[in-house]
Write a protein that binds this ligand. Structure first.
Ligand SMILES: C[S@@+](CC[C@H](N)C(=O)[O-])C[C@H]1O[C@@H](n2cnc3c(N)ncnc32)[C@H](O)[C@@H]1O
Length: 253
């Protein structure tokens, strides 16, 4: 059995959009009212163009495709995760378990916990998928549970490491720096963090100020590392894949 990490642009999304494009185009052909028909045609082209992008992105992200962009990013984040002997790490928004498992593989001296809300927007991800992926990878120092990044079900200072990849930007209507604070809440004093997301000011506000605030509170070695300058992807890839602003927040509490 091989691990199946699915895709950040799932096949279901491609089929849905393709069907919508075809439906709108069909309706545009049969409807006699010209303005409505024109509107439906524009909609069909929009859905068609987005479907084409999704097919391309699905191929770029795929774990079995040529580019394997998701794998490069996940493994790149995991490289920043080091657990102490017997330590426990948390992966917030673990999806199909890719980052949790990559961290667990690198840290046989510790263990990882992956949490996710596994909602309908990423319907192909589930706790069962995470567990079967861990089994397929021969990794036993992991566990997975349902949870919400907005309010983690753990007491303060539970984990030795906290990590996350491309999760908080999905959580609309929430202050992203507050979400980071919630994740840092469950990190032990002396524990490290490696959090990767699209951290543009429009989403995250002033992250330089956030870093300075953490430093003022005693956090050490806090820094922002852009991952779109060839580290995880090229600037061109970041633009085409809508991953601009991808940044790692690193440091020690
Ligand atoms: C783009 S996927 C990334 C998955 C995984 N981190 C990876 O690198 O493959 C985003 C994930 O965030 C999860 N997510 C979104 N909002 C969440 C929340 N409030 N609490 C926990 N997980 C959440 C989704 O369910 C999804 O699995």
């Amino acid at each position: 059995m091989k691990a199946d990490y699915k895709n950040w642009v799932p096949n279901g999304m491609i089929y849905g959009l393709g069907a919508a494009a075809a439906g709108l185009a069909g309706a545009a052909c049969v409807i006699k009212n010209k303005p409505i028909s024109a509107l439906l045609t524009v909609g069909a082209f929009g859905c068609g163009a987005f479907t084409a992008w999704c097919i391309y992105a699905n191929d770029q992200f795929s774990y079995t495709g040529k580019r394997k962009l998701s794998r490069q990013i996940v493994e790149g984040v995991a490289d920043y995760v080091t657990l102490p002997e017997g330590g426990v790490g948390l992966d917030v928004g673990c999806g199909s378990g890719a980052l949790t498992i990559a961290c667990a593989k690198r840290n046989p001296q510790g263990s990882m916990v992956g949490i996710d809300r596994w909602g309908p927007e990423y319907a192909s991800f589930s706790k069962e998928l995470c567990e079967s992926n861990a089994q397929a990878e021969g990794v036993s120092n992991v566990s997975f549970q349902k949870g919400d990044a907005c309010k983690l079900d753990f007491p303060d200072e539970t984990f030795d490491v906290v990590t996350s990849n491309y999760v908080y930007h999905n959580i609309t209507g929430k202050n992203k720096q507050a979400l980071l604070r919630e994740t840092l809440r469950v990190l032990k004093k002396g524990g490290t963090f490696a959090i990767h997301d699209m951290m543009e000011p429009a989403r995250y506000g002033d992250m330089e100020a956030f870093v300075e605030a953490l430093k003022a509170e005693g956090y050490e070695d806090v820094r922002l590392v852009s991952t779109t300058n060839g580290v995880f992807m090229t600037p061109g890839e970041a633009k085409v894949m809508f991953l601009s602003g991808s940044t790692l927040l690193l440091g020690r509490k």
